[in-house]
Structures are given as structure tokens and as C-alpha cells.
Design a binder for this molecule. Structure first.
Ligand code: ZN
Length: 601
């Protein structure tokens, strides 16, 4: 069956295309489930006997509420005496049933020496290293109704675990900073009513406390995560971290090293990004160095020109950067650095920088405030140059060449979301987000060219691209700014008729104004407000070196908005609004020629 069979004709037989559920039988655990299908726009549609609205696109949707172990969903469409039926099934996952039957089995055998011990329950990552303050979840399966005690050898801990459900014992062990270092297996002892005892040890070794190890970032793609958590877009990130930076590693969990940045701040980094030095060295916190700042105007590898702030450090220290608005500012925290009176600040040359200040905000955490003269941020990069010279490159806004055509000769990247095997969201008619995004992006390209811009397209056909490839295309073509085009969708448990509207997303505060303008422009089309979302963890919102925005044009899962998204006229209207938004952004925030002369003096 073809999902794109949304083309109908009077002469063709009556069609019924089911988009959700995707297969004849789908496992689904929750109590609300959305269904989506399409037929002839003139047909009548029924889901489980209830008539539902058929939209002009032929789409029809509804919610079903699975209560049984197996819930049938009967689709029926009727037109001029023709009827087409299809039934699909939702099946509750059987895992809960399976777990309880396993327990019954355990009880009937009454094992006293059978242990299932999983200190972290993550057999894919057996190497766990917990630092002070970390909490170790301990989950043990054992004979029900007994007393189960865990202990850590050498630490005099004998803690009775809680029997959460029959045969499942749990506890949480917090690593105390004053505990002696431990590396080995957790010990368990089970006590019965007649003082019968059995003992076991965890199958996994656990490490607690100990001295930090020094790790060196081994790739140019590395980044620091804020926590251990992850979502479909990956864990939230502090930002990228340059190759060669030395990190104090104090823990390891689930494929991530825990990095001590300062006494009060930790970050996480995937273990593959780091080479751990075997030899013992003093942690970076104990080092201090002379710091020197020189700002100079540089036009080297950036088409727009930039200022560079150089900070000489004793070694490649870790850092976190964030941006602020009004006043526009870049704030760089350098960890392991202690301020030194030997400061030299030369800002005469740097026309884009108003002032650089610093403060030692805590032990081993030096903060630089870089105040910009620009009306808006236009990108920055932090890198290490020769040895341990930190270079903070602050881009100038581009210069407008033609007041009537603010986008003339500007280089703008347009990213059509998804592509190839990555279909993105599905509309009820079977239309795929990747195709809608490409159609709008191509119209955007056309209109931008008309407006005088040079356009960098990340894709112009149905090809699959990694996010890193998209970023590479944007950078090698020296794009000054990027707009990524998507169409939104809800999950399975939400009524698709209830959720609609346009949204704009950004990650860094610096680029909020761009997202705001795009959001306002899209709303002028009469689309509902889905919202302006910051700190968004989309990889093309991560770059700091060019302004970027993700535009979720409208909801493909909403049958009314799907009609707009399918319509070439509305696709063009959306592209038109984005062009107007860009013209407004450049007019307000790029440099005007006389302004630049002013700044050059
Ligand atoms: Zn998308």
C-alpha cells in the first residue's frame, strides 16, 4: 500500500489509506491513541462505527481509547454505495504480565540462593564510577518476604533494603565525600525467619570516590552535557568544547564521564570524546596562570570580519559560554583559572567590542564579560590557538549594501528538515514532512534570490543528511545566518485536532530576536500560536557562530493545517513571510555602511 495515495479521482475506485496505526497490529501501552487516515473527500468515514469529519484533503482523524488487551480499530469509508473496510489492532504490551509470571515462578521454586543483582541495571555500560554526592540505585531481585541487606566492604554500611514489590528490593546509596575510596562488588545478605542466611555479591563492579583522572578532549566534535539525562534530541548541552582541553574526570556512568568544572559545577561528556591520561597529575583546579587579553580586528577566515580576544592560559582549560541580550554580551566561564593581576587589555582595534571585564566568581571559575557594540549578536566561536591561547572570535554583523534591498548579496542558509530515509512527521493524507519542508524551502530559495540574496541550501532533493553534514555545508559556504524549515506533529496520545499553530525555536539567547521576528511573521498568516521556545536542543540550533532559527511552520498532524501545508499557494505565502522576517532582521540589526565607518574610526 502506498502512503502517498492521497491522489484521488472520480474514476478511481474508493480509496482508504491508513496512516496511523502504521501496521496491522501495533503495541501500545497508554489509554489514548490517535488514528489518521484518508479517503475520497466526498466519502463518509467511520471509525469504530462513529462517523468522523472528512476534510477537503480527504483526511480524517479520531481518538480511540484502548481498554482491552486487544482493541480493534475498524475503519470504514462509504461513497455512492461503495464501501471499503479495514481493521487494525492495538495490543497492550505484555511486559507487565511477563514480569509477574516470572515472579510467581520464582516464588514457587522458593530459591534461597538465586540472586539477580543489578547495581545500575545497565548491562551495556558495566563501568560505573560514582563521585561524591552521586546516588547509586541498587535493585535486587530475591526471594520475597525476607530481609535483604547491602553493604559496601570497608565502609561499615549495612543497610536494610526496601521490598518495593514481592521479590524486588531497592535502595539508593549516596556517595559521601568522606567515604574511603572503594572499587569492587556490593555485598548482599538475605536473612530468613529461622536465621537462615545467604550471601551474594553484585555481578558488576562499582567504583566510588577516588582521585580525579585527567582526560583530554580528542576530537573537534566534542561537547559538554549538562546532565546524564537524554531525550530524543540527545541530552541538554552546555556547548561545544575544543580539542585538547584538559578535564578533571571524577565519575563515569552510562557511557559518560563526569567532569568537575568547579567545586560547585559538574558536566558530563561522552567517553569517546576523551582520552584518559594514565599518569597521575595534579588536578587543574590547583593551577593558576597569567592571563592576558588582546583584542584585535581580524578578517581572516570569516567573510564578515571579526574581533578576536586572546586569553593566555596555563593549559587548555574547560569553559562554558552563554550569551545575554540588551546589553548584548558574551559571558565566558573558564574553569581551573584563577585571576592574576597581570592583565593587559587593548580594545582600540576591536570595533565590535565595547568592553571586556572579568571577575573571579568562585574558586577556579573565572568569568569574562564581553560587551558588544553591535545591536545584535552575529556569531562567536571559542577555540584554542597555539598551545593554550584561548581565542574568542566575535563576528561583526554583515554590512547592508542596498537600503532598498537589505538582503542583496547576503549569504543565507536554508535547511529543509529531514530527507531520504528520515521522513519526519506524517500527515493524515500520507504526506511526509520531508517533502513539505523541501517544497517550502525551495520557494524560500526562489524568493530570497529575487530579494538579491545568495542562498545556501543544505539539500535540494530527497537525500539523507547527517546534522553534522548540514552544519558543514552552512559553514563552508560562509552563510551568515540559517533558517531551518520543519512541520510539527504531536505524539500518539494527543488529539490531532486540538494541537495546532506555528512555532519558532532557538537555543542561545543571542538568537532569540531572530526567532521572535520569524514567529511574528508566521502568525501574520493567521496561524495559531504554538509558541516561541528557547534553550531548544535541536542540533542546528546549537551553533554559536551564526544566527539560526528553527521554524515549525504548522502542524502536519492537524488536518486543517495539513491542508495549508499541502497547498503550494500557502507554501509560498509562508516562504514570503520568512523573507520579510529576514529583511526586517537585517534592516534592524545588520550594519549600515555609514555606521560601520563610524565604528571604524
Ligand atoms: Zn521536523
Amino acid at each position: 500500500m502506498s502512503l502517498s495515495s492521497s491522489v484521488w479521482a472520480q474514476y478511481n475506485p474508493l480509496t482508504l489509506g491508513i496512516v496511523i496505526p502504521e501496521q496491522d497490529t501495533v503495541e501500545y501501552a497508554f489509554s489514548r491513541y490517535r488514528v489518521a487516515a484518508h479517503t475520497d473527500p466526498n466519502a463518509q468515514a467511520f471509525i469504530n462505527g462513529k462517523q468522523v469529519q472528512v476534510y477537503s484533503s480527504g483526511a480524517f482523524v479520531d481518538m480511540v481509547f484502548p481498554t482491552e488487551q486487544i482493541t480493534p480499530i475498524e475503519f470504514m469509508v462509504v461513497l455512492d454505495g461503495d464501501t471499503v473496510n479495514q481493521t487494525r489492532y492495538l495490543v497492550k504490551p505484555s511486559s507487565s504480565q511477563k514480569a509477574s509470571s516470572e515472579l510467581v515462578e520464582l516464588r514457587s521454586k522458593a530459591p534461597t540462593k538465586k540472586w539477580f543483582i543489578q547495581p545500575n541495571g545497565d548491562p551495556m555500560n558495566p563501568d560505573q564510577w560514582y563521585g561524591p554526592g552521586d546516588v547509586i540505585p541498587i535493585l535486587v531481585q530475591a526471594t520475597p518476604g525476607k530481609q535483604l541487606i547491602y553493604s559496601i566492604p570497608g565502609q561499615h554500611t549495612h543497610i536494610v533494603m526496601n521490598e518495593r514489590s514481592p521479590g524486588i528490593y531497592e535502595s539508593y546509596h549516596k556517595v559521601d565525600p568522606y567515604d574511603p575510596m572503594f572499587e569492587g562488588n556490593i555485598e548482599f545478605s538475605l536473612k530468613g525467619r529461622w536465621l537462615k542466611r545467604s550471601k551474594a555479591t553484585s555481578s558488576e563492579r562499582v567504583k566510588m570516590g577516588g582521585l580525579p583522572k585527567i582526560g583530554v578532549v580528542n576530537t573537534s566534535d566534542a561537547y559538554l552535557n549538562i546532565g546524564l539525562g537524554s531525550d530524543r534530541l540527545g541530552g541538554a548541552k552546555y556547548g561545544s568544547i575544543f580539542e585538547g582541553v584538559e578535564l578533571d574526570i571524577v565519575g563515569e556512568q552510562s557511557g559518560l564521564y563526569k567532569v568537575a568544572l568547579s567545586p560547585s559545577l559538574h558536566a558530563w561528556i561522552p567517553t569517546r570524546f576523551v582520552d584518559v591520561k594514565e599518569s597521575f597529575e595534579l588536578p587543574t583546579q590547583s593551577l593558576s596562570g597569567n592571563i592576558r587579553i588582546v583584542a584585535s580586528k581580524e578578517n581572516s577566515h570569516l567573510s564578515q570580519g571579526s574581533d578576536v580576544i586572546m586569553v593566555s592560559l596555563p593549559k587548555r582549560l574547560p569553559y562554558i559560554v552563554h550569551t545575554e541580550l540588551d546589553p548584548n554580551r558574551i559571558v565566558v566561564d573558564i574553569f581551573g583559572a584563577t585571576s592574576n593581576t597581570n592583565w593587559k587589555i587593548l580594545l582600540d582595534e576591536a570595533t565590535g567590542i565595547d568592553e571586556v571585564r572579568w571577575s573571579q566568581i568562585e574558586d577556579g571559575r573565572l568569568r569574562l564579560y564581553i560587551d558588544l557594540t553591535h545591536k545584535r549578536h552575529w556569531g562567536y566561536d571559542v577555540e584554542y590557538g597555539w598551545r593554550a591561547q584561548m581565542r574568542i572570535i566575535v563576528k561583526y554583523p554583515p554590512v547592508i549594501e542596498d537600503a532598498l534591498k537589505p538582503l542583496k548579496n547576503r549569504i543565507i542558509a536554508v535547511d529543509a528538515g529531514h530527507g531520504g530515509r528520515n521522513n519526519g512527521a506524517l500527515g493524515s493524507t500520507g504526506v511526509m514532512e520531508k517533502d513539505v519542508a523541501l517544497a517550502i524551502s525551495k520557494k524560500l530559495e526562489e524568493l530570497l534570490v529575487e530579494a538579491g540574496a545568495n542562498v545556501v541550501m543544505t539539500r535540494t532533493d530527497d537525500s539523507y543528511l547527517y546534522m553534522s553534514e548540514r552544519a558543514e555545508i552552512i559553514r563552508t559556504n560562509k552563510a551568515e545566518l540559517m533558517v531551518s524549515i520543519h512541520a510539527n506533529s504531536i505524539g500518539y496520545a494527543t488529539d490531532p485536532r486540538e494541537m495546532k499553530g506555528t512555532g519558532s525555536f532557538y537555543k542561545h539567547m543571542a538568537y532569540k530576536p531572530l526567532a521572535e521576528i520569524m514567529y511574528d511573521k508566521m502568525r501574520e498568516l493567521g496561524l495559531d500560536d504554538y509558541g516561541l521556545t528557547g534553550s531548544f536542543n535541536f542540533s542546528l540550533n546549537a551553533p554559536t557562530d551564526f544566527p539560526n532559527v528553527l521554524v515549525e511552520t504548522a502542524f502536519l498532524s492537524n488536518p486543517e493545517e495539513e491542508i495549508f501545508l499541502l497547498d503550494p499557494y500557502y507554501q509560498r505565502r509562508m516562504a514570503q513571510q520568512i523573507v520579510e522576517g529576514l529583511e526586517e532582521y537585517y534592516t534592524q540589526y545588520a550594519w549600515w555602511p555609514n555606521e560601520e565607518l563610524e565604528a571604524d574610526k
